[in-house]
Design a protein around this ligand. Sequence first.
Ligand code: ZN
Length: 237
Amino acid sequence: MLTFLTIIFTLNISFFVNGKESNLPPLKIHPLPVSLQQWTSETQENYFSEIQPHLAGYLIWSSFPVRVYVQSPDEDLSPAGLTQFQQWQKAVRIAIESWNPYLPLIETDDSDNADIFIYRRHPPLKLEINPETGLFNRPRATAATTTVNFYLTPTPPVQLRHRMSIEVNPHQTFDYLVTNITHELGHALGIWGHSLDTNDVMYHSHSREIPSISPQDINTLKKIYQQPTRLGWNIDT
Ligand SMILES: [Zn+2]
């Protein structure tokens, strides 16, 4: 079965700081993280042209390590349910470790101070209009989704920042879980688009192949982190 992975985003353009209307901070380039400075590869190939710049600029992190909150099991789970949940957590941790050499990530229990949230639940059903008929297609279940939200830091200096939420359908085999979560983490780290090559983990869908992170994925990630963003800069108030 084909598994489609989707990305959703929203942003309020105007906002107020201390009761005063403020402009979005200008687009500027952050220093390239050391882990990406050190990345070299025999191939220069990438799929940067497929990446969507956002109104907020490229959706990149500027303070490291990026803090990842992984959902914990409820206390009333049955022993079998707990085992399944722990398998899911294991898949999440493999996915986190696979990105860690390229951008530092750290798991945190503190959901008030996390950057990326990973939840074990059904992603919302996706409604699509069929261009041929003008009617809605039957909603289809997705394996996982990544959603971005924006906020202003509550203490000075005020900055526009983002959080990423990943929802993962638990009803998948272990290998698919690892691949899907690795793919969604790619979105959460800033790869806001899809590769056209089936060998890349950011290919838009997965059927038989279980790809892992490729040099093209990291070449693309590195190029994204050399782009301007409004995220992580102080806002004049
Ligand atoms: Zn995707």
